[in-house]
Design a protein around this ligand. Structure first.
Ligand code: AP5
Ligand code: MG
Length: 223
């Protein structure tokens, strides 16, 4: 299955992506995680991306297009993938559509996690992430089993640079202006599905599995 996750910053894309990726055994591709890895490694891409990310702006389309084309061309993407944080503009959505088209393929689902802006700020300021594997936690709603240590790889979890309140506001404005038009873009292609992202993490995951099972059934009616 080829799935795109849509939703505002802090909607829970990364949190759900981990479970979806394990459940369907497809790679979880987060452009935000790829940029953060490049920043940690001090690459040229990382240095450029950091300037935009720290101020809550999007990294220019051209940089993301090359990156995603390269990533989706890798062997583990052959049978599907879960895109988290890409596309983020209609230009990126069109690029992905053309790329898939060239390979005689298509997206199966654009899954929107809906969370009102009022809930997001609390989520973002309480978030802690693992700088090594990218796993996402919340001090109150989703703490790691051992204080300050990642459940998956044991590294010390940290607050993201762009999770300060003023940057979060900017990211939400950028989402409204540049990313939310993708909701209509995918609705027009009849692959948009939405889940209520204000519920408990495991309840949302259950809703997502229900939605994706339905998508799969309609794609392969005789299975
Ligand atoms: P990116 O890393 O993609 O960030 P984002 O979209 O802003 O989303 P977040 O990762 O902040 O939120 P999320 O939805 O994953 O929520 P999470 O699961 O962590 O991008 C960062 C930056 O990189 C961008 O601003 C941009 O500059 C750049 N970039 C990336 N991709 C790009 C692209 N394609 N084009 C251009 N620029 C790009 O959850 C949030 C918190 O809430 C966590 O603490 C979690 O534990 C908690 N939580 C989750 N679900 C629940 C729940 N149900 N109840 C209670 N708490 C919950
Ligand atoms: Mg994320």
């Amino acid at each position: 299955m080829k799935i795109v996750l849509l939703g505002a910053p802090g909607a829970g894309k990364g949190t759900q992506a981990q479970s979806i990726s394990n459940y369907y055994k497809i790679p979880h591709i987060s452009t935000g995680d790829i940029f953060r890895r490049n920043i940690a490694e001090g690459t040229r891409l990382g240095k450029t991306a950091k300037r935009y990310m720290d101020s809550g702006q999007l990294v220019p389309d051209q940089l993301t297009l090359e990156l995603i084309e390269d990533r989706l061309g890798q062997a583990d993407c052959k049978d599907g993938y879960l895109l988290d944080g890409y596309p983020r503009t209609v230009v990126q959505g069109e690029f992905l559509e053309e790329l898939l088209d060239e390979h005689g393929s298509h997206l199966d689902c654009a899954l929107l996690i809906q969370v009102p802006r009022s809930v997001i700020l609390e989520r973002m300021t309480g978030r802690r992430v693992c700088p090594s594997c990218g796993a996402s936690y919340h001090l109150k709603h989703n703490p790691p089993m051992k204080k300050d240590l990642c459940d998956i790889c044991g590294c010390k979890i940290m607050q993201r640079e762009d999770d300060k309140a003023e940057t979060v506001e900017e990211r939400l404005d950028v989402y409204d202006e540049q990313t939310s038009p993708l909701i209509r873009f995918y609705a027009e292609r009849h692959i948009l599905k939405a889940v209520d992202g204000t519920r408990a993490i495991n309840q949302i995951f259950k809703d997502i599995v229900d939605v994706l099972s339905e998508v799969k059934k309609n794609d392969h009616p005789q299975e």
